[in-house]
Design a protein around this ligand. Structure first.
Ligand code: SF4
Length: 326
């Protein structure tokens, strides 16, 4: 039986943090044997929030190194830049004819993005973001897309576009399903709902143990627990939410220690820092290998782009035939 296809992508923001890992990358690694995966470096999408492309290539390579270091296998899954496969833009144009502006304006993630990023003037790229995303997914005939809850409305738009194309011109595309990621969003060290480099509240996959400890020391906790001996409430503590993810085996003990006051916040944070360092140590070590072997990384990217392009050419040939544009 043919394996189903998955399209997953990230904007190239350089070195990745543990939020990227638990929200996406860990899941991608776990899925790579079960499915045919295509991994997109979404450099065109990055322009919607940052038009400055000075470091976009270096950031793409840095992100790719973290993908590889975290365990993505380039032999199983091609990894490629969106900008290097021109069929993304052609399919984006065709799909733009199959969806109304009204529909895109009703997209709830557009409103969230405008609010979260404090965008005063919406550019066409913001409105059309889900259309380009539909092109990204359907160019590779993605059956499913691993996403957080907030991205589900975009997948619904991809499904609508696939349906409209198939009805109008004939069957080419599957209707992709969202595959919800369990731990979709890790809060930042400052308590912000989102871990983000622009907010300065991250732990990077490449951070060494001393850096992880120093960052964890600054993490927000229950503000009423001032010193060891004070009872705390782990349910409102950011560090406790990290324990749930990175130190699941000790959660009950930490919960009890916090509530009785037997556990102090500094000790609790250092336990968490140690667990995070244990998790990222092999990734950091593998990253060092790829940093020393950049030509190998560039070859992996070139090979991924070749394989991605072959798929894209095949799909567009079917699109042209159905549309009688051949
Ligand atoms: S003891 Fe741990 S869980 Fe409790 S408030 Fe302090 S850091 Fe948070």
């Amino acid at each position: 039986m043919l394996k189903k296809r998955i399209l997953s992508g990230m904007r190239p923001t350089g070195k990745l943090h543990i939020g990227h890992y638990v929200g996406a990358l860990e899941n991608w690694v776990n899925l790579q044997d079960q499915y045919n995966n295509f991994h997109l470096i979404a450099d065109y999408h990055a322009l919607t929030t940052n038009p400055d492309t000075t470091n976009i290539y270096e950031d793409s390579i840095d992100m790719l190194i973290d993908w590889l270091a975290a365990g993505l296998d380039p032999k199983k899954s091609p990894m490629f830049r969106q900008s290097q496969i021109k069929q993304h833009t052609e399919l984006n144009l065709i799909f733009g004819m199959l969806i109304t502006v009204n529909r895109l304006e009703r997209n709830p993630t557009l409103k969230d993005q405008v609010r979260d990023l404090h965008i005063d003037n919406i550019i066409f790229g913001h409105l059309g973001y889900p259309v380009l995303q539909a092109a990204d997914i359907l160019l590779y005939k993605g059956d499913a897309v691993p996403v957080g809850e907030d991205q589900v409305p975009h997948i619904e738009i991809s499904r609508e576009i696939a349906r409209r194309f198939n009805n109008q011109y004939g069957n080419v595309f599957p209707e992709p399903e969202p595959m919800l990621t369990k731990f979709a969003r890790l809060p930042g060290l400052d308590g912000n709902a989102k871990m983000s480099k622009s907010l300065g509240n991250t732990i990077l996959l490449s951070d060494d143990p001393e850096t992880v400890k120093a960052k964890m020391k600054k993490a927000v906790t229950d503000p009423k627990k001032i010193r060891k001996g004070d009872p705390g409430n782990p349910e409102i503590c950011l560090v406790f939410s990290y324990h749930k993810k990175f130190n699941a085996g000790e959660v009950s003990e930490i919960d009890a220690g916090c509530r009785t006051g037997a556990l102090g916040c500094l000790d609790c944070k250092m336990k968490c820092a140690s667990k995070i360092s244990d998790l990222i140590e092999p990734i950091r070590d593998k990253r060092k290998y790829y940093e020393k072997n950049l030509d190998e990384v560039k070859d992996i990217l070139a090979d991924g782009e070749k394989r991605g392009r072959e798929e894209a050419v095949q799909t567009m040939s079917e699109v042209h035939d159905k549309m009688k544009l051949g």
